[in-house]
Design a protein around this ligand. Structure first.
Ligand code: NAI
Length: 261
């Protein structure tokens, strides 16, 4: 079957592209014809993904506004325009209050939320100059509800969801769409700690209606949809990609408990 070429000649910047969802997104968009510029702090993985996808890679710490701006400029310098920005870099940062220290709090907010502000700030003038474009932010289901032991992550990702909405309405009349994906548990290095503990995976299997983690490719598909012209009337949307996890109220599984088949 022929791959759709929704990104033929589109210039796309992806952050956090060395691993997991960002790497899968780069591969997906490259297959669909995108000209890619990738950023990440992790150089080895980033260069590998760049070699695979014909992309340029630039070491970029997304907590540094100047570095994020240079990543976006590198795309415009190389290809003359910018069409899509995917703000994807992130970390989790577990801990409960009052023991969660301020350094961890600030680090999670900086990598997960400040980075999105920096990326959008750098990209918007170029998207406007191109006559429109799309921004897709990787938020999380952790941005639409609370988790145990992840208060900084919950706060940062909720910020990403609502920043997405604010920018969407602000820039709708410029032809710039701003959306986010809200993945549930996804099989990437970020979830290695959970995957190593059988008891945790048993809990996930009970909680997720599809009874499995998602794949990075499944999130990349959602990002590609939101970034593409298949979504020309979609803006300010938080697209949940979670195997049904947040569709559940959280009540116990009565079907299982009562043996209802
Ligand atoms: P990952 O750990 O495989 O990838 C994250 C990437 O971000 C890595 O390549 C890492 O080097 C990069 N990164 C970290 N700090 C950075 C910094 N300061 N500057 C530039 N790059 C930096 O994890 P995954 O799962 O692919 O995560 C991607 C995004 O998806 C994150 O925003 C994460 O919060 C989000 N997400 C992941 C879920 C999961 O279950 N894996 C669920 C929901 C959201």
């Amino acid at each position: 079957m022929q791959t759709a070429q929704r990104f033929a000649d589109k210039v796309v910047v992806v952050t956090g592209a060395s691993s997991g969802i960002g790497a899968a997104t780069a591969r997906r968009l490259a297959r669909e014809g995108a000209k890619l510029v990738l950023g990440d702090v992790e150089v080895g993985g980033g260069e590998r993904v760049a070699a695979e996808t014909g992309a340029r890679f630039r070491r970029t710490d997304v907590t540094d506004e100047a570095q994020v701006a240079r990543l976006v400029e590198a795309a415009v310098d190389a290809h003359g325009r910018l069409d899509v920005l995917v703000n994807n870099a992130g970390i989790m940062g577990a801990g409960t209050l009052p023991d969660l220290d301020a350094d961890t709090w600030h680090r999670v907010i900086a990598i997960d939320l400040d980075s999105v502000f920096y990326g959008c700030r750098a990209a918007l003038p170029h998207l406007r100059a191109a006559g429109g474009g799309a921004i897709v932010n990787t938020a999380s289901i952790s941005g639409i509800g609370g988790d145990y032991a992840l208060p900084a992550y919950n706060a940062a990702k909720a910020g990403v969801v609502n920043l997405t909405r604010a920018l969407a309405i602000e820039h709708a009349d410029q032809g710039i769409r701003v959306n986010c994906v809200c993945p549930g548990p996804i099989d990437t290095p970020m979830t290695d700690v959970a995957k190593a503990i059988d008891a945790v995976m048993d809990e996930y299997a009970k909680a997720i209606p599809m009874a499995r983690f998602g794949t990075a490719d499944e999130v990349a598909s959602a990002i590609a949809f939101l970034a593409s012209d298949d979504a020309t009337y979609v803006t300010g949307h938080a697209l949940v990609v979670d195997g049904g996890l947040t569709a559940c109220t959280g009540q116990p599984n009565l079907r299982r408990a009562l043996g209802l088949g």
